[in-house]
Design a protein around this ligand. Structure first.
Ligand code: AMP
Length: 427
């Protein structure tokens, strides 16, 4: 199905082609016609599915076609896109800007996020904006500074709603929704729908079109998931070994670790061994982070060693390999991490290291995500450690004669995994 059969204006079809989108991805084919009709939408899709263009193209079209209804008055915003991280804000704002380039009436798009000075963002918002792409905290700061008003928002997009919750934005989100007019079109995207997200979607959406592209054969990005068993203390050596072994084949590799300290130490160790690796985490200045990302895209770095917070929402086309040096804390994070590879139909590889201490945690991740991954070993790196004894997770000293439940064991394993993560990078 070509783009021009979805009901999009020629200028938007042309922009999609200019961005290299020749055929709509499944979520685009399913979502665009419904959004153009003005319906609410509940989209269950991972990053990499093409969801940014799936909401951006029809949103741009609706805004442009509704020019006469353009609210008068300064500081008004017509469409609001809420995203969990700065990187995703910059990425979504950039995609929208590109897609709007061929429109005769180009909408004003302003991207705002924390961690940088608020003043230029306030200046940009003078005279209002058609579209604001924002992280929740900074958006509320701007509302408090009277830099924008949300009472004329006709379209709201929640992108990566599950991540917004995971990052603790539930309260901010509630406050923002209170400031919006009741009548509006809502587009709700999430990779996963745990109960809190399900409840929010139910509250927000009215008779939504439901688009679920996960799990349909051939539509999910093609990601090979592998698990390698290794002792925690030998992970850096194994990482080096794999990077060297696949030097010509892998190109750029994104390595996930649990802490900023681990990001620093693992990247430094690789760098000292002749691998172009750089750390990437929330403590690195925003400007430097943007530089690292663009240099990574240009292949000036071969390996980025990142924490979850910093790496969320990053879109690096043709990122072939993601390695979980430390396992992610939550099953949702696992999906988001591996979603960094195999984007929009490209194939990708996700490797997770697992040790005796983190095995139970990985099993929980697999269970929650409906996965069953086989365990591999690499010659010369076979694990020697066994699982630590299950500690009493209740802190009561344990009840004599009462065997730990399955839940107790998992809790203890998660605690052991967190402790192992704390010390990661020390090897
Ligand atoms: P997203 O899921 O929105 O983060 O998009 C993931 C990647 O897919 C981005 O690099 C987009 O540029 C790319 N993309 C989006 N739509 C298409 C399409 N129809 N054809 C090819 N690539 C696409």
């Amino acid at each position: 199905m070509p783009f021009d059969s979805l009901g999009l204006a020629p200028a938007l079809v042309q922009a999609a082609a200019r961005c290299g989108f020749s055929t709509p991805t499944p979520i685009q084919a399913a979502a665009i016609p419904s959004i153009l009709q003005g319906r609410d939408l509940r989209g269950s899709a991972q990053t990499g599915s093409g969801k940014t263009a799936a909401f951006s193209l029809p949103l741009l079209q609706r805004l442009v076609s509704q020019q006469p209804e353009r609210p008068q008055g300064p500081r008004r915003v017509r469409a609001l896109v809420l995203v969990p991280t700065r990187e995703l804000a910059a990425q979504v704002g950039g995609t929208m800007y590109e897609l709007a380039q061929d429109l005769s009436e180009r909408p004003k798009i302003v991207t705002v996020f924390g961690g940088v000075s608020i003043n230029p963002q306030m200046m940009n918002l003078r005279g209002g904006a058609d579209i604001v792409v924002a992280t929740p905290g900074r958006l509320l700061d701007l509302v408090e500074h009277n830099a924008l008003r949300l009472d004329a928002v006709a379209m709201l997009v929640l992108d990566e709603a599950d991540r917004l919750f995971d990052l603790g934005f539930a309260e901010e989100l509630g406050r923002i929704i209170e400031l919006l007019p009741k009548r509006r079109q809502n587009l709700f995207f999430s990779a996963t729908f745990p109960p809190a997200i399900e409840a929010l979607a139910d509250r927000m959406l009215q008779e939504p079109a439901i688009v679920d592209v996960q799990g349909e054969p051939g539509t999910a990005p093609d990601i090979v998931q592998r698990v390698i068993e290794v002792d925690a203390g030998r992970r850096t050596q194994l990482l080096r070994h794999l990077l060297k072994q696949h030097e010509n084949e892998w190109g750029r590799v994104l390595v996930f670790v649990a802490t900023q300290h681990a990001a620093q130490t693992v990247a430094e160790k690789l760098y000292r061994n002749g691998i172009y690796a750089v750390p990437f985490h929330g403590d690195i200045a925003q400007g430097t982070r943007s530089d690292i990302l663009s240099q990574f895209k240009q292949s000036r770095w071969d390996v980025v060693v990142a924490t979850d917070l910093a790496a969320r929402g990053i879109d690096i086309a043709q990122l072939p390999v993601v390695i979980n040096y430390d396992l992610p804390r939550s099953p949702t994070d696992y999906i988001h991490r591996i979603g960094r590879t195999g984007r929009a139909g490209e194939s990708g590889l996700a490797i997770s290291f697992v040790s005796a201490a983190t095995e139970a945690h990985l099993r929980l991740i697999e269970k929650r995500n409906g996965l069953k991954l086989s365990r591999e070993r690499v010659e010369g790196f076979e694990p020697t450690e066994t699982a630590p004894p299950v500690v009493d997770a209740s802190g009561t000293g344990g009840i004599k004669g009462k065997r730990p439940s399955k839940k107790d064991k998992l809790r203890a394993a998660a605690a052991a995994a967190a402790a192992a993560a704390k010390t990661s990078g020390a090897d």
